[in-house]
Design a protein around this ligand. Structure first.
Ligand code: COA
Length: 370
């Protein structure tokens, strides 16, 4: 074998595979299967976008109806899975509970084919996401409403309240933004697992493990905690100055691909302004976000990312903060399964090399007495 190719740390700027699913670009654009995200957000439903991601084309009316009923018919989760989640106890973080729930699902689900296993995971991820905070705290699981839309159903299970039509529409847009993002850390993780020919449950559990970190999916919860800490737009400048001086990362800013603008963040920013107006709420949360965004751009030339604006949207929709990353997962699972399929079709084990820089030539000696 010839000498291994050396690549930058974090695989910065390295294209490791080909994909037809989505493409984010440094210029601030994002396409899903060729369609700009803004076009889909303006015109499509979540189910249409999810179908597009997993199947590659927009659905016909018949395919869409079938997809909606297929998701609805697979949402019921076994009591055995809830029992495992309940046993984890009230102090466990919801994203850990969700990951454990998906692992347990892999043991109890009896779907015979990969396609049916994927359909089961996609449908149940949202129900498990809605219940991963409640169940370990001793509450009974909330079930989906039959025949309700995916987004409206999830929002209802998360908040147990009737949302307005606009609130449901906005939540669907948040889910649509989270659906897919080419080779992000969790999708890459899913592809590594898929390349070993492990089943989709294992791949989804691995995706959830990668999603937990605050540099990836966990950033939405961290961003909301920060917004609550900063409190008002007048404190934005002092907060940013002090965080940067202390070498801290300001959560919800920066991106591996987008260096000027994250198109999803800008769409969500518009939804936040409109949502607060329609709810008749004071717009100080919007003004705080805007002030932080301006400060970060002025001082560090870092743009706000999706998590920065998805967080206050979910907050304004009444979703508890520890559920933000599980919500991300309930949507991203469709992207993960599309990557799973692409990787399986490629059928090539992902196994990179590493340059060994440790010691050599050491000789074993048994443990001494000292
Ligand atoms: N706050 C403060 N400084 C930040 C920052 C942030 N949110 N994001 C990046 N930086 C700084 C880095 O410290 C680095 O500074 P330096 O050149 O002085 O060392 C510089 O900006 C480049 O950042 P880098 O970490 O190399 O970029 P990356 O492409 O590897 O990382 C993220 C991208 C997303 C991991 C990074 O921006 C980050 O940690 N953001 C906060 C977490 C977050 O919001 N994640 C969700 C992503 S969608």
């Amino acid at each position: 074998m010839s000498a291994p190719i050396k690549v930058p740390k974090g695989l910065y700027g390295v294209a490791v595979t080909e994909t037809r699913i989505a493409k984010s670009d440094a210029d601030g654009s994002l396409i899903y299967r060729g369609y700009p995200i803004a076009d889909l957000a303006a015109h499509a439903t979540f189910e249409e976008a999810a179908w597009l991601i997993i199947k590659g084309t927009l659905p016909t009316r018949g395919e869409l109806d079938e997809f909606i009923s297929s998701i609805g018919s697979r949402m019921e989760v076994s009591a055995k899975v809830y029992a495992v989640m309940r046993d984890l106890g009230r102090d466990s973080h919801p994203i850990d509970v969700l990951r454990t729930g998906i692992s347990a699902l892999g043991s109890v689900d009896s779907e015979p084919t990969v396609a049916l296993q994927q359909a089961s995971i996609e449908a149940k991820m949202s129900v498990l996401a809605a219940n991963c905070h409640r169940v370990p705290r001793g509450s009974g699981p909330r079930g989906p409403k039959p025949a309700a839309r995916f987004g409206a159903n999830l929002l209802q299970m998360l908040t147990d309240r009737e949302a307005s039509e606009y609130e449901e529409w906005v939540f669907e847009r948040v889910l649509m933004m989270y659906l897919e993002h080419d080779l992000n850390a969790s999708s890459f993780t899913v592809r590594v697992v898929a390349s070993t020919r492990a089943d989709p449950y294992a791949a989804a559990a691995a995706g959830l493990a990668a999603l937990k970190g605050p540099l990836h999916g966990g950033a939405n919860e961290a961003a909301m905690d920060m917004l609550l800490e900063v409190r008002g737009p007048d404190n934005a400048s002092a907060y940013v100055m002090s965080a940067l001086k202390d070498g801290k990362k300001v959560m919800g800013f920066g991106h591996r691909v987008y260096k000027k603008l994250d198109p999803r963040a800008q769409l969500c920013k518009g939804y936040l302004r409109e949502l607060l107006k329609k709810q008749g709420t004071d717009d100080s949360l919007y003004r705080l976000c805007d002030a932080l965004e301006n400060e970060m751009w002025e001082r560090k030339k870092l743009p706000a990312n999706l998590d920065f604006y998805a967080a206050p949207l979910m907050y304004s929709l009444g979703i508890e903060i520890p559920l933000y990353t599980p919500v991300f997962a309930a949507s991203r699972v469709f992207g993960w399964m599309a990557h799973y399929d692409e990787q399986v079709a490629e059928d090539r084990l992902i196994r990179p090399d590493a340059t060994y820089v440790g010691p050599t030539g050491l000789k074993y000696s048994p443990p001494g007495s000292g």
